[in-house]
Ligand binder design. Structure first.
Ligand code: SF4
Ligand code: SF4
Length: 59
C-alpha cells in the first residue's frame, strides 16, 4: 500500500484506537493531540480502518 496518513485534529476524539492497532507505534498521544510519526509508519492502513470518527485518511 502506498502513501502515508494524516490525522485531522478537529475530528479526533482521542479514543486511542489508532494507537492501539498500530504495530509499529507510529501513533502516540501527546496531551490533547495524537502525534503521528511518518518515519515509523509502514502504511498498513489499520489505523484508518480503526478510527470510527473518520479522522484518519491517506494523503
Ligand atoms: S482512532 Fe480516530 S478518534 Fe480515536 S484517537 Fe485515533 S484519530 Fe482520534
Ligand atoms: S498506517 Fe499502519 S503503520 Fe501507519 S500509522 Fe496507521 S496503523 Fe501505524
Amino acid at each position: 500500500m502506498e502513501g502515508k496518513i494524516q490525522i485531522e485534529d478537529k475530528k479526533c476524539v482521542l479514543c486511542g484506537k489508532c494507537a492501539a492497532v498500530c504495530n509499529v507505534n507510529a501513533i502516540t498521544r501527546e496531551g490533547k493531540r495524537m502525534i503521528y510519526d511518518e518515519e515509523k509508519c509502514v502504511s498498513c492502513g489499520r489505523c484508518v480502518k480503526a478510527c470510527g470518527f473518520l479522522a484518519i485518511s491517506y494523503c
